[in-house]
Design a protein around this ligand. Structure first.
Ligand code: C2E
Ligand code: CA
Ligand code: CA
Length: 762
């Protein structure tokens, strides 16, 4: 113990020390005594050693009390007092209120003390992740009133509230300004509300998939005639401090509903508005009732108002807030978690609450390095798995927007799209920048599509109702599966989004880009057009996963898809594509080459007819046909030989008509699905004939059409389905299961009915 250390004590007037009052709980001085003692000390101490008033505070201590009770809270406060005293021995230490302490210390010992204190605090107070906040006021040349000095120290400490990682702050005169600002706010808030100086600014939110405006956030501003615009940060904090925040928030809801009502009267496109609620709103009033009453009074649909609750609200007492979320939900409001990732809640706790959307804190975009990007990707993936949508805040650059879109983050908000502005200006700017507004009926439609995880290995299987534990645990985030999201608007197919694997696969098959694929898919004359459309029809019907394969540039591609949403005139899909032949090239022996001979043996013959060149290219032919067939090069002679060798005499005329190769390609192309099916009796031994299916499929390539002919058994056909209706009924059928003769028959019946009807009309 040095002389200097003792100075404070020694120079104390023993009488005064005797009279001093002590805080019963911690044994520290009371604030009043602290003030009078520090005054004496300051008056009498040597002036060459600088001194500081220091304010200590545990952030969010209140929450601890709520969770663990006051007794336990008091114990922690006592431990905290001991910790301060032990790091600033022999100094005057007082407890002011709750977990707030003051000390008078020498400046040269300050940093060492703070360092040690913080180290111990982090070790012993792990339940307080928001940490310790310290404010410092350096005593100047002129004597300071200790109560003012304490105020300053506290102001400095409070100035780093909610700043993660900030431990201490030194008071400067700027903070005087802050204090007077706060005082001004408290004294004038009621007046400001009355005079209409409190206004709401609106910041747009867009859907990354469509780039359409899908919402706006209401952010409060105080347009003060003297001070100019007072920003929400200081406004909210001050009003929270004095527990008046609910007044402001209630009023903001009122303004939002009024703006909504007026916009509706002007017949403007309307998008949902989200409003911010403070944690204290839940404690100080029945904020749900206030919101609900206001919304009803203005006749605003509940699904047009969302409430944002900041993440820090959820860090501690889950049950407290759960109840309110449920209340809002049951009434039909969406509840969004604001500032996700700014605090300490883990992804795990996310699922304990019933959120519709989480807003990823802008902190992540601000750093925007590999680490931050990975965190965003994880948050988005995890959220999708549990059926929560995501929004990223603070988007300022096109690169950030691209990244978010690719990561599958559904919504974005930030200066890139628009700053908060009064309603009319926000709207005007959006329109001027070419933005359109999402129609109401499309909201759910896109929300469903938005749950598809573009980075997943099992994007199709995802379905909330079926998600079970194994679903959640077994899905690595590889992003290696080629995925495309697209929609049909009327007859037009639009590609909404592709992931990198998709673009890579498509460019390995040919010179395909999402744009060129979109073009081909909408080109009625293209080979794939009709087939793909009927595939989509099937997807819409079954609402499950279906596959579809086709050959492009010699690649066997397998497409698997699911329809995610349907509304009038519109449907959305997610699909994966796999290039099976590509696999073979890459050293995989390939399932396809293995099954190909088996597949072929199901047919009697597979051959490509090229009517334009009058050529035939045989792909596969069974031995019976080979032995008994005179092979030539020209298609004409081949068909004639084939007819004479194999086709039943009664079917030959029909065969000639069907195979008339001057019109064959056109007829096949014009058939439903670009596919034509018919049956012929084919000789299979000297005396025997069997019904065979002839499936003709159009194959278009570079303006020429070739026809793939597959011949295979039709099973047992007891009577001639063509008999009653005759040759005239030789129409292509749309039968899928070619063995299903009853369908063929029904087709033929329909044809004859139609023909009869036609005759009657004549
Ligand atoms: P917040 O809810 O996280 O709102 C987003 C804040 O980020 C807004 O600040 C907005 O102007 C700002 N911001 C938006 N895009 C960008 C961007 O691209 N870059 C950057 N650097 N900033 C961006 P603002 O309006 O000052 O609001 C601050 C906070 O005040 C809000 O944070 C919210 O927590 C609170 N607040 C605002 N209005 C209300 C209200 O009516 N009631 C309550 N309880 N809190 C409110
Ligand atoms: Ca917000
Ligand atoms: Ca936020």
């Amino acid at each position: 113990m040095t002389d200097q250390d003792n100075k404070v004590r020694l120079e104390l007037n023993p009488e005064l020390a005797e009279k001093a009052e002590y805080d019963q709980m911690t044994g520290c001085l009371t604030l009043k005594s602290f003030w009078s003692l520090t005054k004496t000390v300051l008056d009498s101490l040597d002036n060459d050693r600088k001194k500081d008033f220091v304010f200590f505070n545990i952030e969010n201590f209140k929450v601890y009390n709520e969770e663990f009770g006051f007794d336990s809270g008091n114990d922690r406060i006592c431990e905290f007092a001991l910790l301060i005293v032990s790091h600033f021995p022999k100094r005057l230490v007082a407890r002011a209120f709750g977990d707030q302490f003051y000390a008078l210390v020498y400046d040269d010992e300050l940093m060492l003390g703070i360092d040690g204190l913080n180290r111990d605090f982090c070790k012993k107070f792990v339940e307080f992740p928001s940490g310790l906040k310290i404010g410092i006021y350096a005593v100047g040349a002129e004597l300071t009133d200790p109560s003012v000095a304490c105020d300053h120290a506290r102001t400095a400490g409070d100035s780093i509230k909610k700043q993660y990682g900030a431990l201490y702050h030194v008071y400067d005169s700027e903070m005087d300004h802050l204090i007077s600002e706060k005082r001004y706010i408290i004294e004038n808030i009621d007046h400001a509300i009355e005079k209409g100086e409190i206004v709401v600014y609106y910041q747009p939110v867009i859907r990354t998939l469509t780039n359409e405006v899908c919402g706006m956030e209401a952010l409060v501003r105080w347009e003060d005639p003297v001070k100019g615009i007072i920003m929400p940060n200081i406004l909210i904090e001050t009003l929270e401090d004095v527990q008046m925040i609910y007044k402001l928030d209630s009023y903001v809801i009122e303004l939002v509903c009024r703006d909504y009502e007026m916009a509706r009267q002007r017949n403007e496109e309307l998008v949902p508005i989200s409003v911010n609620l403070s944690r204290l709103d839940f404690e100080l009033c029945n904020i749900f009732q206030i919101v609900d009453d206001t919304v009803r009074r203005h006749g605003v649909p509940k699904n047009m108002i969302h409430v944002e609750i900041t993440e820090s609200v959820f860090t501690r007492d889950p049950n407290f807030i759960k109840k309110y979320i449920r209340e809002f939900h049951e009434a039909g409001y969406e509840v969004w978690m604001d500032d996700f990732g700014s605090g300490y809640s883990s992804l795990n706790t996310m699922k304990d609450y019933d959120f519709d959307v989480i807003k990823i804190d802008m902190l992540f975009l601000r750093s925007f390095n590999i680490k931050a990007k990975n965190i965003i990707i994880s948050i988005v993936s995890m959220a999708k798995r549990i059926g929560i949508r995501t929004l990223a805040e603070g988007v300022e650059t096109p690169e950030q927007m691209d990244f978010l879109r690719n990561a599958g983050c559904e919504k974005a908000q930030g200066y890139l799209i628009g700053r908060p502005q009064p309603y009319s200006i926000t709207r005007r700017d959006l329109v001027n920048s070419g933005y359109t507004f999402e129609q109401e009926q499309l909201r759910e439609y896109y929300d469903n599509l938005g749950l598809v995880n573009l980075l997943s290995n099992r994007p199709l299987e995802y379905d909330l109702s079926r998600a079970d534990e194994s679903d959640l645990s077994s899905e690595p985030m590889a992003g290696g599966i080629p995925i495309v999201l697209f929609e049909m608007v009327g007859e037009r197919l639009h590609i909404l989004q592709t992931n990198r694997a998709f673009r890579k696969t498509m460019s390995s098959i040919g010179p395909f880009s999402p744009r060129s694929i979109e073009f081909d898919m909408n080109d009625r004359s293209s080979d794939i057009y009709r087939k793909f459309r009927s595939f989509l029809e099937e997807l819409r019907e079954i609402r499950g996963i279906e596959s579809f394969n086709y050959i492009v540039n010699g690649n066997y591609c397998l497409v698997r898809a699911r329809c995610t949403s349907i509304i009038d005139g519109r449907s959305a899909y997610v699909a994966t594509i796999e290039n099976l032949s590509g696999k073979r090239e890459h050293g995989d022996t390939g399932k396809l080459s293995e099954v190909m001979p088996v597949l072929c043996s199901m047919f009697d013959m597979i051959t490509i007819l090229d009517p334009e060149q009058n050529l035939e290219e045989i792909v596969y032919i069974n031995s019976y046909f080979t032995l008994n067939r005179d092979m030539s090069v020209t298609l004409t002679s081949n068909l004639r030989n084939f007819k004479l060798h194999f086709v039943h005499p009664e079917d030959r005329e029909r065969f000639d008509q069907t195979m008339d190769f001057t019109t064959l390609a056109d007829r096949v192309v014009c058939s439903p699905n670009g596919e034509m099916d018919c049956l012929f009796r084919i000789r299979t031994s000297e005396q025997n004939y069997e019904w065979k299916n002839f499936t003709l499929i159009a194959m278009q390539k570079e303006n020429t059409t070739r026809v793939l002919l597959c011949i295979y058994s039709a099973g047992n056909v007891s009577e001639n389905p063509y008999e009653e209706v005759g040759i005239g009924a030789l129409k292509p059928t749309v039968v899928k299961n070619l063995r299903d003769l009853s369908k063929v028959r029904r087709q033929l019946e329909l044809a004859s009915i139609r023909r009869d009807a036609g005759k009657k009309n004549e």
